[in-house]
Ligand binder design. Structure first.
Ligand code: M6R
Length: 609
């Protein structure tokens, strides 16, 4: 999804911004652009110089002229919403006098209406974007300061935005604003940065301020101030980003997906670290803001997330029901708001998001808060919008995940849910012995993950064998079903092979009609009380000449191939069973020559509806 980066200081701005854009490439984009200026004597207008290009940042870089010096600038990677990918539609956008430049993430909902009004007033539009209306509104604003001009323009706008604005007549500053799309300020020594994602900042500063919705900021080389869109000053306390710039490097792997799959043992170790309390066979989750009395009062838990985070939430709901005996379920956050849900005061809501910026999840949280619900966040990115909006929660500590296809965050999110379930369980009816059993199981996870990953060569061989399939079926029962759903999502998003996920019990109610030699099935077959039932489902598939790849704790006779994974506690087995299938999806996509880290049509952080 679109990315913003901006700088004001003394350094040569163009190389800084291009490097920042490269760090945002992982978010997905189709064009890029940059606008810069130099400081001038007070009262003397500057000149805005702009370059834009359809395609990758390196194509933009190739177009930047040799003499392109400046010390202030904003730049953007665009993911097309209004208007096709093209040089004209790439951001920044300028007004007719080349005075105002804007980069924008988000969507202006009333853009067509505003465009019609501005066109009637004689404005000529140069792009098909919704963003361009903002440029003209700012250029036409009658106010005396850039801050007031931006504020005046935003009053006409409905929708979501993270914007950065430069003005030739006010070239000692960049003005930014946020409503539904992330804006982070980076504080340096006599220089200031702005970006939509800390990934673009951490190479230069780790002191950041994250704007809230409805907040604006003015950045100057040696200071900044924040205020609301209504003009009242707000307090901005800088926080330190824990992630190092190196965590964004490829670290010797060919792709981020591969790197992130192989980081999982360490990542799980990190989410467990400092949280286990052996004395009481429980865990401490500092930020929940839910005392024992309140936890005992929870009658139901509803988990909301999208895509992979939703699947992690499904496993989380099962863990909560099993360990804490609280009725729990997960629902796609993208649907939740639109069915006018009954919001019950005894229900605890949990919002799950890797990025902490997914619009659908954030909007669900805001709707819940508006109705008086208590919402916890299970989030990876510290200080992100969902983390800040929630009443409390826990971070999943997976470290930065760059590949669009989520792997290590999924695993760490499920482990974080296991911790939450254990914590709630030990406050309620989970025995000391069962608490200890789960803790021992959690402690075994990192080593077992390494054991699974050591089998990469065999998984790669299997992937090559199945890569010819046009379509694949994924099945599992109860604990295995969300694993099947997530594995099917992994395969389709990175390899583009069509994949269906069904509870194994549902096969004979319809999908069995699809089974034939050309439609292989991946079966999740844990050694638990449903083992025989899963075997029966494999029999049904074999009877229709279907090929089967099983992920199991022991070799399955009915399957053509089995990936054997180490056994943990029944409740924790789903955490391990998905991991070989991440590698399976990866190697299938690799064999097919796919763009692994940036699958077509997808973005890392979906900050629009
Ligand atoms: O950042 P989030 O966890 O909120 O993102 C939610 C989904 O967009 C995300 O999980 C998506 O499904 C990934 N591409 C999965 O690999």
């Amino acid at each position: 999804m679109c990315g913003i980066v901006g700088y004001i200081g003394k350094r040569d701005v163009a190389p800084l911004l291009l490097e920042g854009l490269q760090r945002l490439e992982y978010r997905g984009y189709d064009s890029a652009g940059i606008v810069i200026t130099s400081r001038t004597a007070a009262g003397k207008p500057g000149t805005l110089k702009m370059v834009k290009a359809k395609g990758r940042v390196r194509e933009l870089e190739a177009k930047v002229p040799k003499r392109f010096a400046g010390t202030t600038g904003i730049a953007h990677t665009r993911w097309a919403t209004h208007g096709a990918p093209s040089d004209e539609n790439a951001h920044p956008h300028l007004d007719a006098d080349n005075k105002v430049a804007v980069v924008h993430n988000g969507i202006i909902d009333n853009a067509s209406e505003l465009r019609a009004k501005l066109t009637a007033d004689g404005i000529v539009f140069l792009s098909d974007t919704d963003t361009e209306v903002l440029v003209h509104l700012i250029a036409r604003a009658q106010a005396d300061t850039l801050e007031e001009k931006v504020r005046e323009a935003l009053r006409h706008v409905e929708g979501t935005y993270g914007i950065a604005v430069m003005h030739a007549d006010f070239n000692d500053r960049i003005v930014v604003a946020r409503n539904g799309s992330p804006v982070v300020l980076g504080i340096g020594e006599k220089e200031m940065f702005v970006a939509s994602d800390v990934a673009a900042l951490v190479a230069h500063t780790r002191q950041v301020v994250t704007l809230d919705d409805g907040e604006m900021a003015t950045l100057k080389a040696d200071d900044f101030r924040t205020y609301t869109t209504e003009g009242s000053t707000t307090t901005a306390t800088p926080t330190t980003v824990e992630w190092e710039a190196e965590s964004y490097d490829m670290g010797g792997h060919d792709t981020y997906m591969h790197k992130e799959i192989f980081e999982q043992a360490d990542a799980v170790d990190r989410v467990l670290r400092g949280r286990i309390d052996d004395r009481f066979s429980t865990v401490h989750l500092g930020g929940l803001n839910l005392d024992a009395r309140e936890a005992r009062g929870v009658r139901r838990i509803k988990i909301l997330g999208c895509g992979t985070s939703y699947h992690a939430g499904q496993i989380g709901a099962q863990l909560i029901e099993e360990l804490a005996r609280i009725p729990a379920d997960a629902e796609p956050a993208s649907e939740f708001r639109y069915r006018n849900p009954v919001v019950d005061p005894d229900t605890l809501y949990v919002a799950v998001s890797q990025s902490g910026e997914t619009y659908d999840v954030l909007a669900a949280v805001q709707e819940l808060k508006r109705k008086g619900a208590r919402v916890l966040g299970v989030v990876n990115v510290v200080g992100s919008a969902i983390a800040r909006e929630a009443d409390g929660g826990t971070y999943v500590h997976a470290g930065p995940e760059v590949c669009v296809v989520s792997t290590k965050c999924f695993t760490n999110t499920v482990v974080a849910f296991a911790l939450l379930a254990l914590h709630l369980g030990r406050i309620r009816d989970l025995s000391v012995a069962d608490g200890k059993r789960i803790i021992d199981g959690l402690r075994r996870l990192p080593e077992q993950i390494s054991e699974i990953l050591a089998g990469e060569d065999e998984i790669k061989r299997l992937a090559a064998e199945y890569a010819e399939a046009k379509s694949m079926m994924f099945i599992g029962r109860v604990r295995g079903y969300p694993v099947a759903r997530e594995a099917s999502l992994k395969l389709k998003e990175v390899s583009y092979i069509h994949a269906e996920a069904y509870p194994a019990s549902e096969l004979k109610h319809g999908p069995l009609a699809l089974i034939e030699p050309a439609m292989p099935t991946v079966a999740i077959v844990p050694d638990d009380d449903l083992l025989e039932k899963n075997r029966a489902a494999m029999e049904e598939i074999k009877a229709r000449s279907g090929r089967i790849l099983a992920v199991a704790h022991q070799v399955q006779e009915k399957a053509d191939h089995t990936i054997v994974v180490p056994k943990n506690e029944n409740e924790l087995d789903p955490i391990l069973m998905g991991i070989p299938l991440q590698l399976f999806a990866y190697h299938t996509a690799l064999a097919m020559g796919r763009d692994i880290d940036k699958p077509r049509n997808l973005a890392k952080s979906v900050t629009v509806e």
